[in-house]
Design a protein around this ligand. Structure first.
Ligand SMILES: C[S@@+](CC[C@H](N)C(=O)[O-])C[C@H]1O[C@@H](n2cnc3c(N)ncnc32)[C@H](O)[C@@H]1O
Length: 245
């Protein structure tokens, strides 16, 4: 089966680059006639689960929030893919209880690693659910960008405190922590992109100029892998792979 990557199913605007990376990952893990299987950990109301189902995947979403899952199911039904989206209420830290062990072609952990109490345990469960040859897509906040954001908001003391916290165990799990966890769980990182390098910095009114939105999109795409821009992005996307058996 060929993953369908129609632009109709693409999440809009600031999610465009992530969607492009996910579409490519889905194609990479799709072979033969079987629909690829996706596990979206903390997938919420389905910003990516629904488009991935529209692209042909069988998607399981595990989320702790009953309300988010109800919204997910409604959005999936409205998009005509209710049968391809399986909503499971559960805690990512007890992922095996929710979905059993392993075997997914593509696993998403977007915006969830900063929300769990026990990061090593949660990451171990997420990593274990990626089949050999499968992909793991992680989106985390970038603590470095947090320091900049505080300073730009004129909260200099908070910026200093966040800077000093970068090297402590209490810092938000950022890209370095994810790199170390991937290594520890036998996952190889293929790609790293900064997400929202400029989007968070450009004032909304600037985007009312003709062509400004398109220029901002191009700026985001072209700076996403380019140092030092990607290093100060608000969020970082990492795509990892479990080597095939
Ligand atoms: C920031 S939202 C991200 C939603 C989605 N992944 C996205 O990128 O749009 C975090 C989601 O994780 C869920 N969540 C928080 N802690 C969780 C846990 N321990 N287990 C499962 N889901 C959790 C929340 O209910 C919420 O839907």
């Amino acid at each position: 089966m060929q993953a369908q990557t129609s632009r109709d199913s693409a999440p809009p605007g600031r999610q465009a680059l992530i969607w492009q990376l996910l579409s490519a990952a889905l194609s990479a893990v799709t072979s033969g006639a079987a629909a690829p299987t996706v596990l979206d950990c903390g997938g919420g109301s389905g910003s990516f689960a629904v488009p991935l189902a529209q692209a042909g995947a069988q998607v399981t979403v595990v989320d702790i929030s009953v309300d988010a899952l109800a919204t997910l199911q409604r959005r999936a039904d409205e998009a005509g893919v209710g049968g391809r989206v399986h909503a499971v209420q559960g805690d990512v830290e007890a992922l095996t209880d929710a979905v059993g062990s392993g075997g997914f072609d593509l696993v998403l952990a977007h915006g969830i690693l900063g929300a769990v109490d026990d990061l090593p345990a949660a990451f171990a469960a997420v990593a274990a659910s990626v089949r050999p040859g499968g992909r793991l897509s992680v989106l985390v906040a970038n603590p470095v960008a947090g320091v900049l954001a505080r300073a730009l908001a004129a909260d200099v003391s908070a910026a200093l405190a966040e800077l000093r916290a970068l090297d402590t165990a209490f810092a938000q799990p950022g890209p370095d922590a994810v790199r170390a966890l991937c290594r520890a769980h036998g996952l190889l990182i293929d790609q790293v992109h900064g997400i929202g390098v400029f989007t968070e910095l450009v004032p909304g009114r600037a985007l009312e100029q003709p062509g400004a939105r398109e220029a901002l999109d191009a700026l985001e795409f072209e700076s996403a892998t380019r140092s030092p821009f990607c290093d100060i992005a608000a969020r970082v996307h990492l795509l990892a792979r479990r080597p095939a058996g």
